[in-house]
Design a protein around this ligand. Structure first.
Ligand code: UPG
Length: 614
């Protein structure tokens, strides 16, 4: 068939058929006498060529070689942690709002101007059961802000801070790279374009698409063809670890270095709280000169959150690394004297191993250097589901995977400083990963549910708590066990949304509050430069100062019928079904001010506010 294909494709096919790669089965049905299916054959060679190009470094032959080795280890039941002993590592614990935290934020905000952000958003979130991309989900339904909108606006708020000024006096555009996949790319582009990049410059955001890898049918790493079409290879996602090779291949790291970027901060598709802790964590990276800093929260045993452990090898090597949630229990069981695995410490009610939330801060210079050496390759693993205990056949084709938090494995044996920073759950971690049905099971087990419902309430509760720490009088949220959302009850209270432009650090929020109080039934939505002096709210209040303008609220008492979060089961509308409630808006007081370079002072005069009855 050689005349059908360009020479490079012929070379690739021959390589694949070599003894070493042993993939002759891919072509065994090709009829050498008839020339039928030529177009399909061309498409297949094109697919193979892409798969070869995308698996870097090394191409398809390297993939097959790695797969054979890992499948052999899996069949032999080799423990990936053989020879390594886990212990609880020492990291930096930071209490949000404390003196130490304020100091770290000051240092961190200075570093923020030298930070590039990387969002990994190639996953479809199958556990959630949502049809769209996860970054399109609303963080909360009071404003319907999407995750991607919140993230971009948080980056822009950092960019707007006084500290973010180049030596020349010019403000820089803080870069954001987003890793997408075939499943999420088009929808991510559409979300950005239809929202005008959420106020960012188009050039500020770079999209990098990860490609899938071929599936494997057996322990000899034979590549899988589609059951319905023998000219199409089956593929699956390779995992978020691809982000490193993509950053390397795209040349972004070099470009960022030239721009003066010093840090790269990675984060995931749904964690509405991530930007609350980034300034402080950047402060830790800077002051402790961490080359790699994982952000953590206290972890409940068995929670689907990896644990950070110090692993010490019998030969003396040490590494501080995430042990993924499905591997932590067997590792701990194998190494403890009494066989106890992933269990809570009775004294704290949490696992002694800090939970990795996969927000990673990496020092750019050594990272770029290391990736130039490795090409961004990350340790892979394979997780085949065998048909029976002979471990000779798989239930369905498997593939190699990799995780972005495994990057420090490549630093073992070097002097690189790898550390972690722990914040409390309420301010650091609130992902949306589980369907209402799976969330309910976790709820019944006393586990965090990580549902759209918990995500929304935790977002409001975090903002309320920050206001309390800043001196405001906001009641603690309470659980009303009669009020169930998709069968679960959560602590709820005032619904507070502080947009990133209101303050991207604790001190900034605190500087805007001087005697503010809210009742539990209140809703407060604040955007832009707004300050509160002697303000009482008992109702729903939306206040927004457009960019460049300022509002000072003084001696005000806002009162109206407010909004209500009403439980609603089995709704047709997808988001309502996921959260299990709808918002009934009754009355809202609102104020919008957009005069550039001017301040609106509202002193005791309620007539300046608009009262809407819905
Ligand atoms: N993702 C990709 N490409 C992939 C797979 C995932 O970009 O091929 C993205 C995904 O969109 C998300 C992130 O990677 O933003 C994480 O994926 P997810 O399925 O949410 O990860 P988990 O299996 O829940 O676990 C990760 C870490 C774990 C950590 C946890 C914290 O592996 O160590 O505790 O996230 O949320």
């Amino acid at each position: 068939h050689a005349e059908l294909f360009p020479p490079l494709q012929v070379k690739l096919a021959l390589k694949l058929c070599s003894n070493e790669c042993d993939q002759g089965h891919l072509f065994s049905d090709w009829d050498s006498t008839s020339r039928g299916d030529d177009e399909k054959k061309k498409k297949m060679m094109h697919q193979l060529e892409l798969l070869d190009k995308n698996y870097q470094p090394g191409g398809l032959c390297e993939y097959i070689k790695n797969a054979k080795k890992l499948l052999k280890h899996a069949k032999e039941g080799q423990n990936p942690f053989d020879g390594w002993h886990p212990s609880v590592p020492k990291g930096e614990n930071v209490e949000y709002g404390s003196k130490k935290h304020r100091e770290l934020e000051k240092i961190g905000l200075k570093q923020a101007k030298k930070t590039a952000f990387v969002l990994v958003a190639g996953g479809l979130g199958e556990r959630l059961g949502y049809k769209g991309i996860k970054v399109r989900l609303p963080v909360e339904r009071a404003t319907m802000e999407t995750y991607l909108g919140l993230y971009v606006k948080s980056i822009l708020a950092i960019q707007e801070t006084d500290e973010v000024v180049r030596t020349s006096g010019q403000k820089i555009d803080v870069p954001l790279a987003i890793m997408t996949s075939e499943d999420t790319h088009a929808m991510t582009v559409d979300l950005l374009e239809s929202n005008d990049y959420f106020g960012a410059k188009k050039t500020q955001i770079t999209l990098m698409k990860q490609e899938k890898v071929p599936c494997l049918v057996d322990n000899d790493a034979h590549l899988a063809l589609n059951d319905e079409d023998k000219y199409v290879l089956q593929t699956k996602p390779h995992g978020h670890g691809d982000v490193h090779s993509l950053l390397h291949q795209s040349g972004l790291l070099k470009k960022w270095k030239q721009m003066g970027v010093k840090w790269v901060t990675f984060f995931q598709d749904t964690n509405s709280l991530v930007f609350r802790v980034i300034p402080g964590a950047l402060g830790v990276s800077k002051s402790r000169d961490f080359e790699f800093n994982s952000l953590c929260v206290p972890r409940k045993a068995k929670e689907a959150v990896g644990g950070i452990a110090q692993l010490t090898h019998t030969d003396g090597r040490k590494m501080t690394i995430n042990v993924e949630y499905n591997q932590l229990d067997p590792l701990l069981r194998a190494s403890s004297s009494d066989g106890s695995g992933d269990v809570n410490d009775p004294a704290t009610g949490f696992s002694p191993y800090p939970g990795n939330i996969n927000q990673l801060i990496v020092k750019l210079e050594p990272y770029e250097k290391q990736l130039s050496k490795t090409g961004g390759a990350i340790d892979e693993f394979v997780n085949p589901k065998y048909k029976d205990s002979s471990k000779t056949a798989f239930k369905s084709p498997t593939r190699l995977e990799c995780m972005m938090q495994d990057y420090p494995k490549s630093l073992t044996g070097t002097k690189a400083s790898v550390g972690f920073t722990v914040f409390d759950n309420w301010v650091g971690y609130s992902p949306v990963k589980n369907s209402p049905e799976d969330g309910k099971k976790k709820f019944d087990d006393g586990q965090p549910t990580h549902t759209a419902t918990s995500g929304e309430f935790e977002f409001y509760n975090c903002a309320s708590r920050i206001l309390r720490l800043a001196g405001a009088n906001v009641p603690e949220p309470e659980i009303d066990s009669k009020q169930k959302f998709n069968g679960m009850s959560f602590p709820t209270g005032s619904k507070v949304v502080l947009s990133p432009s209101f303050g991207c650090s604790f001190e900034r929020v605190e500087s805007k509050i001087d005697n503010l109080s809210l009742t539990a039934k209140s809703v407060l939505i604040v955007e832009g430069d707004v300050s509160f002096e002697n303000v009482q709210i008992d109702g729903a209040f939306e206040v927004k100062a457009e960019k460049g303008s300022k509002i000072v609220l003084k001696n005000l008492s806002v009162k109206n019928k407010s909004w209500e979060w009403r439980s609603k089961a089995n709704a047709k509308e997808e988001i309502t079904r996921l959260c299990g409630f709808e918002i009934k808006k009754k009355e809202t007081s609102s104020l919008l001010y957009s005069e550039k370079n001017k301040t609106l002072v509202v002193d005791g005069d309620l007539s300046q506010l608009e009262l809407k009855t819905h």
